[in-house]
Design a binder for this molecule. Structure first.
Ligand code: NAD
Length: 255
């Protein structure tokens, strides 16, 4: 079924757009008419995403921007490049960049803890702040910020103390941003994926994935497109009265 066209004339920035969930989000937003800034630390994969984007709407213009979202100078440079190319702030921002450094708590290094928190939590903070500042300073209110959390942030997971903490933090950040930014018409929500088949979960042994599939009421791992569907809804005016919430997209896992 063809995607609706809810995002014509909308500029969206998607971090982690080079792979997995972020790539599917870039594709879906472009299918709905948005111009997309694909942000990723990996320029080759971001360029692959760029090649796959829809260009069906006159004026649609996509760009790849290389950045490390955990660095404020890098995020600032992204915002400057967006401003000079589009002469407008992004109205939609999706924070999908994320990493894992799994290890049991008793062996977890400080470096692994810090690196996961830097990308998964500080990254969304820096992007949320930068995008909100650019919207506010444009004098034209309105926007939607979507953070990709994880169901693991709610329930924990063996070997993921750093990751679960970062994703729980994302929900707190998002709820606070929603309260502070509502007066500027900026909505902020978190999407909580369950287990989604992407390069990130390719690292999980097949035996474990089979076990998880068996625990999912809908009977399968999620696909990146399952998350992209929800992000497109949150990006669009169809969700105009929704802010500060978290939407679980898990196939019913951990109900
Ligand atoms: P992925 O590994 O396929 O993609 C992550 C992307 O983020 C990659 O392109 C990578 O280059 C980019 N990236 C990593 N560090 C970066 C940085 N510092 N700056 C900019 N880009 C960076 O992973 P995915 O499965 O698509 O995950 C996307 C998001 O969804 C992550 O936040 C992840 O935690 C979350 N998530 C995934 C699952 C899952 O089952 N796959 C479940 C819950 C949540």
């Amino acid at each position: 079924m063809a995607a609706p066209m809810r995002l014509k004339s909308t500029l969206a920035v998607v971090t982690g757009g080079g792979s997995g969930i972020g790539r599917a989000i870039c594709q879906r937003l472009s299918q709905e008419g948005a111009s997309v800034a694909v942000v990723d630390v990996n320029i080759d994969s971001a360029n692959e995403t760029l090649q796959s984007l829809s260009r069906g709407v006159p004026g649609q213009d996509h760009v790849v921007l290389t950045a490390d979202v955990s660095r404020s100078d890098s995020v600032l440079a992204v915002m400057e490049q967006i401003q000079s190319r589009f002469s407008a702030p992004p109205r939609v921002a999706v924070n999908s960049a994320g990493i894992t450094r799994d290890e049991f708590l008793l062996r977890l290094s400080e470096e692994s803890f810090d690196s996961v928190l830097s990308v998964n939590l500080k990254g969304p903070f820096l992007i949320t702040q930068a995008v909100a500042r650019s919207i506010v300073s444009s004098g034209q209110n309105g926007g939607s910020i979507i953070n990709i959390g994880s169901i693991v942030g709610k329930v924990g997971n063996l070997g993921q103390a750093n990751y679960a903490a970062s994703k729980a933090g994302v929900e707190g950040l998002t709820k606070t941003a929603a309260k502070e930014l509502a007066k500027f018409g900026i909505r902020c929500n978190t999407v909580l994926p369950g287990f989604i088949a992407t390069p990130m979960t390719d690292k999980v042994p097949q035996k474990v994935l089979d076990k998880i599939s068996g625990m999912i009421p809908l009977g399968r791992l999620g696909q990146p497109e399952d998350i992209a569907d929800v992000c497109a809804f949150l990006a669009s005016d169809d969700s105009k009265y929704i802010t500060g919430t978290s939407i679980e997209v898990t196939g019913g896992l951990y109900l």
